[in-house]
Design a protein around this ligand. Sequence first.
Ligand code: ARG
Length: 571
Amino acid sequence: MNMRTEIGRMLKTGIETAFPEASDLPDNLSSMLETPPDPNMGDLAFPCFRLSKNLRKSPQAIAQLLAQTIHEPETADVSCIGGYLNFSFNKSNFARSTLESVLASPGSWGSSSEGKGKTVCMDYSSINIAKRFHIGHLSTTVLGNSLMRIYRFLGWNAVGINHLGDWGTQFGKMIAAYKHWGNEKMVEEGGVNALTSLYVRFHEEAEKCPSLEEEGRAWFKKIEDGDPEALKIFNWFKEMTLRDAQKVYELLDVHFDSYAGESFYNDKMGRVIDELKQKQLLRESDGAMIVDLEPWKMPPCLILKSDGATLYATRDIAAALYRKDTYHFDQCLYIVAYQQQLHFRQWFKVLELMGYPWAKDQLHHVAFGMVSYEGKTLSTREGHVVYLEEVLQRAQEKALNIIREKSPNLDNPEKVARQVGIGAVVYSALQNGRIKDIDFWWERALNFDGDTGPYVQYTYARCSSLLRKAAPVNAAAPDYNALANDEAQAVLRILSRFPDTVREAADKYEPSMITRAVTDLAKAYNKFYYEHRILDQDTASSLARTELTKAVADVIRTGLWLIGIEAPERM
Ligand code: ARG
């Protein structure tokens, strides 16, 4: 039995007894309960002003009368402060009820079926072809991966989409460069690096020989027109890029249901243009076609260039329509840097003007802060950039060195080093609210002390080790009074709140709330661990403390999984 439901029931009986004449009571009393800022004020509080109108009494008077009426000390003590009715749980009952709930089905505390029958599309990672995966794409990748897991955990059907940046004149230039200075062997062996150097070379040479630009444009036109040679080369470049990205995705355990990127919509642009024309939204401006957004105080949305080429926004509009038709989503999330905010506001508005009301309440730009590197803006051209593969590599090496030194007898040190190294990097990316700018520092990403992924993982391994040593459970019933102390109660509070944390993280698209919760849980448990004996107690107390340990391990594992981090049993 969940405490919130239990208190909701007490409250309902209390109100019915104290105010027999009351009618039309809200039926969601338990969801109206709030968590007081200070646990000394109680574990849950009911704001009585919510009933004031209904009962025609002041909140204070309602709170007082209810405090006198409700009497179930075996569940909770009741008191009132101002218009609030405060419930302080009976400590051992709270422990029993929380642990029973958490342990009822391992791995699923906090999960629900509230999203059943609903679909969410997540546009995340969305890398650009012929560019190496750098830390600028870390946030979108790990945020999206975590949101996918969180939404699935809440019962949603989640569709992961990698909206590849595989369209634009730069690909024509790249083919031109390849034709001049490249060959098959160099690209096969060098992968994305070879493509990048071809692109750099193109720009250097084009300064001396401007006709190259024209060649580049001509190749791009060929791609657009579906010329077999151009398409063949281009698709091969794409394959090379994805092959490199796949290594990173595998390390991060990130997956997609679709790689339909910008070029996928080539043959789906007609509908967008036709509809815009038909609805008289298109206007000419300097030869280009735009949608005027002046009334919404935004610059116009560019739909067609003067040469008839479509743009990033046009493709996003086509993609949204396609996704709606294909997946019938209830929500479509775009996990994309804050810098693109205007772009999303603009084309969301265009879709709305086209007569698609869902553009207003089902499309969401989940923005995140800017990533810089040791205080400077990322720039591939100036070489001021860090590649993700290298970050993950170095993190794993560092973890392996520590493991070799501290746990030389560990089986499978490479596997644990992978879990811990990747855990450190992912944690550092999901530690703060997503809108906060991230300045990448090597020391920080590779930090294993303090509030870090490895610290939480270590706590999980500590629990696992304790549970391996715990005596086989005998018939004795656990004595939950052994968990009435402040340290255990602090742990229990985090455990019991975990389902709310998950829901809130989903509502706010904020995985960092789960990062925070598992960190707080690890800290609270470690405090309990240092102050209380867990195993060599009289059996009934030991049993209760072992149950607490089991629940903590389970919730840490779930929480870490939800943010995309594995939990090693030993480390
Ligand atoms: N490829 C783009 C970039 O790296 C992100 C694409 C985001 N998704 C979208 N549907 N616009 O900046």
